[in-house]
Design a protein around this ligand. Structure first.
Ligand SMILES: Cc1cc2nc3c(=O)[nH]c(=O)nc-3n(C[C@H](O)[C@H](O)[C@H](O)COP(=O)(O)OP(=O)(O)OC[C@H]3O[C@@H](n4cnc5c(N)ncnc54)[C@H](O)[C@@H]3O)c2cc1C
Length: 401
C-alpha cells in the first residue's frame, strides 16, 4: 500500500525522504516504472496532495529550499500539471458533468450488453492476457497506486487495444486510485484519446514499455494506431472562476471539513465558529463500487485531519448527507457555514446543492479559496505549455522565489 495512516506526519516524512531526489535524479529517472513497491524515483505524494493533507504550495516551498528552480524544474512542472488541470476544469465544469453522465449511461450498457461487460470485467480483473496490462490492473487494485507512465500505457491499451470506452477506464481509476481526482484523472484520460490537446493522442508502444519497465514486459499485439475520439461534451466558452462569498464576521458560524482540502491552517483565525462537522460521504463518486482500500484510506485521512485540527474543531460531529448537514446547521442555529473551497468534482456538486438548501433557511455557505489557486487557476486557459510560461510569475507572486 502506498500510504497507510493518511496523516500529515506521514506525508511530511514521505516528502522529506524524497526531497534529495527532486532535482536532477527526478529529471533523469522519473519515467521508469520499476514495479509495485519499487517506485523510488517518484514521490508517491499524490494521495496526500489530492486531499491537501500537504498542499502543492508547501511541496514547492520545500523543494525550492533544497534545489534551484532550474535543477528541480521537471518536478515543479509536474506539480503544476496538477494545478493546471484543476484550473482548466474549474472554468469548464460541464466537462466533468458530461463525464458523469457518460459513466451513468455506460454503467447501464454494462448491465445490458454482455460482450461489453465481459471485456470490461476482464480488463478490470487483469485477465486480458496482455501481461503488462494485467499486472497494472492488479497493482492498482492491490495498492491504489500506479506510476504515471503505467497510467498512460494502461489508458492507451484500454481504449486502442481493448476497444473499451475511455469513460469506463477513467471510472475504474477513480474507484481504485488513492489519489483519484476529478481534474487530473478525467483530463488525463481525455488527453490520451485526443480530447484535451485536440487531435493529439497517446499510443502505447511495446518498445517504450519494454525500455521504461527495464525489460519486465515486452507486450505483443498492441494497437498500432491511436485515432482521436469524438467528444461527447460540447464546446462552450470557459466560464470565469467566480469569487466565493465573503466571510461574514460576527455571525454564528459552523465549520465543515471535507476531503478536498484537509489542511485548514488558513481558516483557523476565524473566531466565530461555535460548531464543526466532518463530511464523510458513503461513496458518492461513482455508481459502481469503489475499492474498499480507497474508502478505508479516505476515512483514515479524515480521522487523522480531525485529530490534527482538534483544537480548532469545536463541538465536532460527523455528517454524511446534505440532509445531515442541514440538520446539524439548524440544531446549532448557524447563520453561516464556512468550508475550504472544493474544486470541480463530487464534493463541489454536493456543496452547490447545499448552498441553495441552506439559502432557503437564511444560512450562508462561505467557501474559502486559497491564494495559490486564486493566483494560478486563471492562467489555465489553453494548453499546459502556455500555462508553464507563467510558473515563474506564479512563484514570484506567492513569494516562493
Ligand atoms: C490516465 C491518467 C490518469 C491519472 N489520474 C490521476 C488522478 O486521478 N490523480 C492524480 O493526482 N494524478 C493522476 N494522474 C497524473 C499522475 O499519473 C499522478 O499524479 C502521479 O503518477 C502520482 O504519482 P507521484 O505522486 O509519485 O508523482 P510525482 O512524479 O512524484 O509528482 C509529484 C506530484 O505532481 C503531481 N503530478 C505528477 N504528474 C502529474 C500529471 N501528469 N498530471 C497531474 N498531476 C501530476 C501529483 O500531485 C504528484 O503527486 C493521471 C495520469 C494519467 C496518465
Amino acid at each position: 500500500m502506498q500510504a497507510c495512516s493518511g496523516s500529515r506526519k506521514e506525508a511530511l516524512v514521505l516528502l522529506n525522504s524524497f526531497l534529495p531526489k527532486a532535482g536532477k535524479s527526478y529529471a533523469k529517472n522519473r519515467n521508469f516504472d520499476l514495479g509495485s513497491g519499487q517506485h523510488k524515483h517518484v514521490s508517491q505524494l499524490s494521495a496526500f496532495i489530492k486531499r491537501r493533507v500537504i498542499t502543492e504550495e508547501e511541496v514547492l516551498r520545500k523543494v525550492l529550499s533544497a534545489h534551484s528552480l532550474n535543477a528541480a524544474g521537471k518536478f515543479i512542472d509536474e506539480i503544476f500539471w496538477r494545478t493546471y488541470f484543476k484550473g482548466w476544469l474549474e472554468s469548464r465544469p460541464h466537462i466533468w458533468a458530461q463525464y458523469c453522465t457518460d459513466v451513468q449511461h455506460l454503467t447501464h450498457d454494462l448491465q445490458t450488453q454482455s460482450g461489453l461487460r465481459d471485456r470490461w470485467a476482464a480488463a478490470c480483473l487483469g485477465e486480458t492476457g496482455i501481461d503488462c496490462f494485467d499486472a497494472w490492473a492488479k497493482e492498482l487494485a492491490e495498492t491504489g497506486y500506479l506510476h504515471n507512465h503505467a497510467r498512460m500505457w494502461f489508458a492507451s491499451i484500454w481504449v486502442y487495444t481493448l476497444q473499451l470506452p475511455w469513460q469506463l477506464g477513467a471510472d475504474f481509476f477513480l474507484r481504485h486510485l488513492l489519489d483519484g481526482d476529478a481534474a487530473s484523472n478525467t483530463l488525463s484520460w481525455r488527453w490520451v484519446v485526443g480530447l484535451h490537446s485536440v487531435g493529439k493522442t497517446y499510443l502505447a508502444r511495446a518498445e517504450n514499455i519494454q525500455r521504461f519497465t527495464n525489460g519486465r514486459f515486452a507486450p505483443k499485439g498492441l494497437a498500432q494506431v491511436a485515432p482521436p475520439l469524438n467528444d461527447t461534451a460540447h464546446t462552450t466558452r470557459p466560464k470565469t472562476i467566480d469569487p466565493p462569498n465573503r466571510y461574514l464576521d460576527g455571525h454564528k458560524t459552523g465549520f465543515l471539513l471535507h476531503s478536498e482540502d484537509l489542511n485548514i491552517a488558513h481558516l483557523t483565525h476565524h473566531s466565530d465558529c461555535i460548531a464543526s462537522a466532518v463530511y464523510r460521504p458513503i461513496d458518492t463518486d461513482t455508481m459502481l463500487v469503489s475499492n474498499p482500500k480507497l474508502l478505508e484510506f479516505n476515512n483514515a485521512t479524515l480521522d487523522a485531519a480531525a485529530k490534527h485540527w482538534k483544537p480548532n474543531l469545536l463541538n465536532c460531529s460527523d455528517v454524511d448527507t446534505l440532509e445531515a448537514i442541514l440538520s446539524w446547521a439548524l440544531e446549532n442555529k448557524l447563520e453561516q457555514i464556512v468550508t475550504p473551497y472544493a474544486p470541480v468534482g463530487s464534493t463541489s456538486q454536493m456543496l452547490e446543492k447545499m448552498k441553495s438548501l441552506l439559502g432557503n433557511h437564511g444560512i450562508q455557505l462561505t467557501q474559502v479559496m486559497r491564494a495559490y489557486d486564486i493566483v494560478s487557476w486563471p492562467y489555465a486557459t489553453k494548453g499546459f505549455f502556455k500555462f508553464r510560461e507563467k510558473i515563474p510569475k506564479i512563484l514570484t507572486s506567492l513569494s516562493m522565489i
